[in-house]
Design a protein around this ligand. Structure first.
Ligand SMILES: [Zn+2]
Length: 182
């Protein structure tokens, strides 16, 4: 499937697992992939050991790599406050890590993808608070991830795309991205 007005620079044949949607799309989830170099980041998704995956990976240059068919779900979200989050949200990842903020070009391309998706689905701009989410705001602990039952069902399992910088500058500022799209 092709989303109108969504510019793709490269389509990659990957090991990203694709499966039919288990729930209708309701928004977009932002991530970073915890990579340190773009070429390694791209290589990972063609590695047979790769079990995670997004629909789009956005490189430092702003180049958009399509890793999976947008009409399929991919393992990008895991257990979240929203059920069937892998299906409910498209997954977009900036190729960066918890310390290096997304580049201007990366943010521009992410905004371009989000705008195309909003338009394609007819999602109104005033629904962006629920439509555009960060992985960290959604990902919850379960028994599969920790034996500590007190954490089960609570967020804190993921730190992307906000990151872990000591100056608290977000790697991707989700609120700023919503404002940009409004
Ligand atoms: Zn993530």
């Amino acid at each position: 499937m092709r989303i109108p007005n969504l510019r793709i620079d490269r389509k990659l044949t990957t090991h990203v697992l694709e499966a039919p949607l288990a729930a209708p799309r309701r928004g977009v989830m932002l991530h970073y992939d915890d990579s340190s170099r773009d070429d390694w980041a791209v290589e990972w998704f063609t590695d047979p050991r790769c079990t995670n995956g997004y629909t789009w990976l956005v490189l430092d240059s702003g180049a958009v790599i399509e890793l999976a068919d947008p009409q399929m779900r991919t393992p990008h979200a895991g257990p979240c406050t929203t059920p069937y989050a892998n299906s409910a949200y498209y997954g977009i990842s900036a190729a960066t890590n918890g310390l290096v903020p997304a580049t201007i070009a990366q943010l521009e391309s992410i905004a371009m993808i989000c705008a195309a998706l909003l338009h394609y689905h007819g999602w109104p701009a005033d629904s962006l608070d629920e439509r555009l989410v960060g992985h960290d705001a959604q990902a919850v602990w379960t028994s599969r991830y920790t034996p500590n039952r007190l954490l089960w069902g609570h967020t804190g399992r993921k730190v992307d795309p906000t990151g872990v910088r000591s100056d608290r500058q977000p790697i991707i500022d989700v609120a700023a991205m919503r404002n940009r799209l409004r």
